[in-house]
Design a protein around this ligand. Sequence first.
Ligand code: PMT
Length: 219
Amino acid sequence: MSEGALAGLRVVVSAGPTYEDIDPVRFIGNRSSGKMGFAIAAAAAKRGADTVLVAGPVTLASPAGVDRRDVRSAAQMHAAVLAALPADVYIGAAAVADFTPATVAGGKIKKRPGGGGLVLDLVPTADILAEVASHPLRPRLVVGFAAETGDLEANALDKLRRKRLDMIAANRVGVAGGGFESDDNTLHVYDAAGVRVLGPAPKTRLADDLLDLVAARLS
Ligand code: PMT
């Protein structure tokens, strides 16, 4: 890692899950501790970047030198990321909910006597990453993540092209010792040059290695 390699650049990183409220006491959300995104933000700040970290609801301490903006829902994350532009680099490591309840109940939804299920009406959230990549203030480098339970390469390449990204870091989720919540991970990073496999390694190390690739693309 070369200290100061990102000096003068603005890097926006999203991290953690989003919580989509159903009623005042319940939500739906994705499994994410924020460790991957926080490690990337910490590494960017260490390299001298003006770093904005848009964080979903997590329990992690703020990395040194980072401008942290806490959000809860996908809509709030969407607004906070767009408000952080212009930037030179956007890295979307957050596990954003793809769907949110169409309406939030004003009071706690009660179980009906005698049973019976509950059907939720879910509507799609805005795709923050795709929007940033097509924005008039598009960062020079837009890096996405892909969390996959199968066919890592095909799904990652599809997201890379469809969302008009420069680079995508794909990881397997739902398997022991990787993806969300753990300290370690393995990233398959795809861009126009092909694929590089980072790890398995601690997320702090992976963040450094990913930023080496980002710095190389910017130079
Ligand atoms: O937080 P940790 O516990 O450390 O776990 C790390 C991680 C597994 C969450 C992380 O490595 C990761 O894979 N993050 C992306 C999770 C995800 O939502 O992947 P996806 O394949 O569903 O989404 C693809 C990309 O689109 C992601 O960059 C995501 O941030 C972005 N997206 C998705 C939906 C949406 N509405 N807006 C988005 O910007």
